[in-house]
Ligand binder design. Sequence first.
Ligand code: CU
Length: 241
Amino acid sequence: MKSSRLLVVVAVSCLVAVVSQAADSASISGKITFDGTPPKQAKIKTDADPKCAEMHADSPLLKEEVVVNGDGTLKNVFVYIKSGLGDKTYDVPDAAVELHQTGCHYVPHVFGMMAKQKLQIINDDDTLHNIHAMPQADGNKEFNNAQPNKGMSMIRTFANPEIMVHFKCDVHPWMSSYVGVMSNPFYSVTGDDGAFSLKGLPAGEYVVAAWQEKYGEQTQKVKVGDGETKSVDFKFSKPAE
Ligand SMILES: [Cu+2]
């Protein structure tokens, strides 16, 4: 009798331990900082298209290849799990990811999506844009389509993962955007606080990568257990000239 009661207690406490450390409950988060004097964001001359110039008569467009936030953190860094997930496959979300041509620049400037997920490309401007995607990976198709009118929209996909696919507009040479195309949902783009968070990971050992369009990619190895959150920070600086 006594031993069977003990067995029940052991079984219940094991169950509690399993439930409290559910699978896919690990997280990796951190901040990306810029070391040194932040480069100034140059003003873009938009005169070539009077419609763009008119939209930016009071607030000039600024180059976005390096955006350092007021607190010294870095915006538009694509952070993702580069390796460690094995062969597991992940569902592709039904929702489309949106890329806007708005105010004669791309919003977002850097973003992520999964391979085979819908990318909805929208022209919000009363002027002609063309969206020219230049993937390099096998199976990912280049496309180049004009959207002459405000409100035009199209759907495209990339078949395979690729870090990163570059978009440009042949009408407005300053327009540029990058997407990280992933085989898993573990990616994050830093915003005004330079922070990233990769949630819902299985316990494991990972290579976390941080990609910045001008300064390239850095990686760090991180081991994380069920229910655990590990903090990893990255620091970018201007390469020596
Ligand atoms: Cu354009």
